[in-house]
Design a protein around this ligand. Structure first.
Ligand SMILES: [Zn+2]
Length: 390
């Protein structure tokens, strides 16, 4: 018997053990003659809590329902017929009630104002998502969010009941599927009528607040993330911490953070371009220091030298020297990238790539005038010595 249908506010209950069977994972499936634990269903995660026998308290880590039978997962076996006392983790349950009733009001407004159906719902300990089969803009969302919060401030009653067949037929209610048998109807007065088996708050004021935290296009419609009650407050606190930290970092008020970030970003772009100009100048000076009658010139740079700079260096070298002109960028520990260009005498670089590949296991290739690639697990002095012998 599901006590949560009598009232969503029953936090503790007495019950008798009907059966307790070992599961494949070594835990136990406990079936009671009555329970206030709401099982995982309809996209909502299950209640958690404890069940206490004559000796000790057992954690209920999950609750499921199949063919109307509710199973509580516990770590140790209990005896058939034993009397037990169940306690719902109320903080967890109440949060689920806040999220779920908030979702109903939101979906009710989306349905009445836009005609879209709620085609997906997911309520876990970390997120609440709803899917609708139509598009909503950020402006629509702000408007719906405000209306849901107005419904919360109005503190209207939420009524859960099993109407008789006659009454049910006359009702216009939202439902994800065709229902048969007893249908439980949840009415948020003035905002929504929907078939649902989950526990809800009795008055909308208990939801506290509803905040939309995400909107994305999804399967031709939209997926929306919301947070209600304490979860919304924790989210706002977390966001505020970020804003406070940014305010401190930029030593500015919160409304000046965005201009400060934009300014920093543009200064960074300018500095990068300035640095690249300076680096190029530096390379030119460095290359001028190399005696022009030196035939082969091979430089070793650190890993901050990128591919463009490497090509620029070898091109400049090749204009002023006769032999192999190359650059290795990297370190003995992390390996090197390399680029070579053939100088004024057009010496064949195929000889160089052959040695780099065969002796030092390099990857890469090219042609007689230009080669590039990478190599690792070598000492660069050995490589330079070998190339000098060519
Ligand atoms: Zn529902």
């Amino acid at each position: 018997m599901e006590i949560y249908y009598e009232s969503a506010y029953i936090k503790e209950f007495d019950a008798a053990v009907i059966s307790c069977e070992k599961r494949k994972d070594g835990k136990y499936d406990l079936i009671l003659d009555r329970t206030a634990f709401f099982p995982e269903q309809g996209g909502q995660s299950s209640d958690i809590g404890t069940i206490t026998d004559a000796f000790k308290s057992h954690d209920v880590t999950h609750v499921s329902i199949k063919d109307g039978v509710i199973r509580h997962v516990i770590d140790e076996p209990l005896n058939e017929g034993e009397e037990v006392h169940g306690i719902i983790d109320w903080k967890h349950r109440f949060s689920n009630m806040q999220q779920h009733t908030g979702e109903h009001i939101f979906s009710g407004i989306v349905s009445s104002e836009y005609g879209y159906d709620n085609v997906g719902f997911h309520l876990s300990d970390t997120e609440v998502t709803m899917d609708y089969n139509g598009l909503l803009t950020p402006d629509n969302i702000r408007d719906i969010e405000l209306k849901v919060n107005r419904a919360i401030w109005e503190n209207v009653p939420v009524i859960c009941e099993f109407p008789d067949e006659q009454t049910l037929k006359s009702l216009n209610y939202r439902s994800k599927k065709e229902l048969s048998g007893d249908v439980r109807i949840v009415t948020v007065q003035g905002y929504d009528v929907c078939a649902c088996c989950a526990p809800h708050v009795e008055h909308t004021g208990e939801i506290g607040i509803l905040k939309v935290t995400g909107l994305q296009n999804y399967k031709g419609g939209v997926r929306i993330n919301i947070l209600c009650g304490r979860r919304a407050l924790e989210y706002i606190n977390c966001q505020q911490q970020i804003v406070d930290e940014l305010s401190r970092q930029f030593t500015t008020s919160f409304d000046n953070i965005i201009p400060s970030v934009k300014k920093l970003s543009s200064e960074n772009t300018d500095l990068k371009s300035e640095l690249s100009t300076v680096k190029e100048k530096l390379i030119e000076y460095e290359l001028k220091e190399i005696p022009s009658d030196k035939e082969n010139v091979i430089l070793v740079k650190d890993e901050s030298t990128d591919g463009n700079s490497m090509r620029r260096i070898v091109n400049l070298l090749a204009q002023g020297h006769d032999g192999f002109c190359g650059v290795f960028a990297g370190s003995d520990e992390k390996g090197y990238k390399f680029v070579f260009s053939s100088g004024q005498k057009k010496k064949d670089l195929n000889e160089v790539i052959k040695v780099l590949r065969e002796v030092f296991g390099a990857k890469g290739g090219g042609n007689a005038q230009m080669i590039q690639g990478s190599l690792s697990g070598i000492e660069i002095s050995d490589v330079l010595e070998k190339i000098e012998e060519l």
